[in-house]
Design a protein around this ligand. Structure first.
Ligand SMILES: O=c1ccn([C@@H]2O[C@H](COP(=O)(O)O)[C@@H](O)[C@H]2O)c(=O)[nH]1
Length: 278
């Protein structure tokens, strides 16, 4: 049986559902705003409502692992169920775990998120390349074997990221550009889209790097961090057609009403469409 690569699955989802990614970030303050307790029952209801509201309509759901990890094993159980139900409803699940470690440990992260035998098996995972791009090899290889994606931090949406990511690498390029060049090499020849994506904040203004990596560009920072869909062409230029704009609190604050969540996601999707098609 041939396994369809993540890049092809993502392109199809973007074409049919639109490119929007909604993050599942159960902040304590959001649980309170939703009238829930900041406990495991609140986490479970928040997550179930979000998945029910959005998994049948957005291209990508992105659970932020940290908000589940803070509840220990019971939080992880909620996350496992969310991943399974979101995938069953047709959303691609991007696990926002931002893992980064030496290669041998990266192999264990790959087993956790990119191996179909794992209860946390997801369509894609976020990773940090700042232990060296080569340290990601086990995740990159597992992604190929299992038809998954790997989203690599390049230029993050937070202002503190620049001191590392814009610094100059040994070859004279910025560290971010060096990582993007590695991603382009991984995606060479892939059609319609490679499976190695870059994370590039929508908050950056002109990104000032070459984003032509033949892969998806996850753009967090829309909504609560101040960026809007209208900013996307200025940040991404001609690469904007490969952008997966990501919103978490900007949508989630409209819960717990399912209609409110859906309408908010639809509004962002409309704004993205208008911005991208010009
Ligand atoms: O550069 C990055 C990479 C990841 N994130 C994550 O995305 C969401 C953003 O949440 P909002 O509520 O839409 O601000 C969150 O999970 C971050 O960890 C990012 O913001 N920037």
């Amino acid at each position: 049986m041939t396994i369809e690569p993540f890049g092809a699955r993502l392109r199809r989802a973007m074409d049919t559902r639109g490119p929007l990614c909604v993050g599942i970030d159960p902040h304590a303050s959001l649980l309170t705003d939703w009238g829930l307790n900041d406990d495991i029952d609140g986490l479970e209801r928040f997550t179930r409502t979000t998945v029910e509201a959005l998994a049948d309509r957005v291209a990508v759901l992105k659970p932020q692992s940290a908000f589940f990890e803070r509840f220990g094993s019971r939080g992880i159980a909620v996350l496992e169920k969310a991943v399974e139900e979101a995938r069953a409803a047709g959303a691609l699940v991007l696990m926002d775990a931002k893992r980064g470690d030496i290669g041998s440990t990266m192999g264990a992260y790959a087993a956790a998120f990119l191996d179909p035998r794992s209860p946390l098996f997801s369509d894609a995972v976020t990773v940090s390349p700042y232990l060296g791009f080569g340290s990601l090899r086990p995740a990159l290889d597992a992604a190929v074997v299992n038809g998954c994606g790997v989203f690599v931090l390049a230029l993050t949406s937070n202002p503190e990221g620049a001191e590392v990511q814009r610094s100059t690498a040994a070859n004279g390029k910025s560290l971010a550009q060096l990582m993007l060049d590695h991603m382009r090499a991984e995606n060479e020849g892939a059609e319609p889209l490679g499976s190695v994506g870059a994370v590039v904040g929508a908050t950056l203004g002109d990104a000032g790097v070459d984003l032509d990596i033949n892969g998806p560009l996850l753009a967090p920072g829309i909504g609560a961090q101040g960026a809007t869909p209208a900013d996307l062409p200025g940040v991404f230029g001609t690469a904007v057609r490969n952008v997966v704009p990501s919103v978490s609190r900007g949508v989630l604050r409209h819960g717990p009403d399912v209609k409110g969540l859906r309408e908010s996601a639809a509004r962002f999707a409309d704004e993205v469409r208008a911005a991208v098609t010009g």
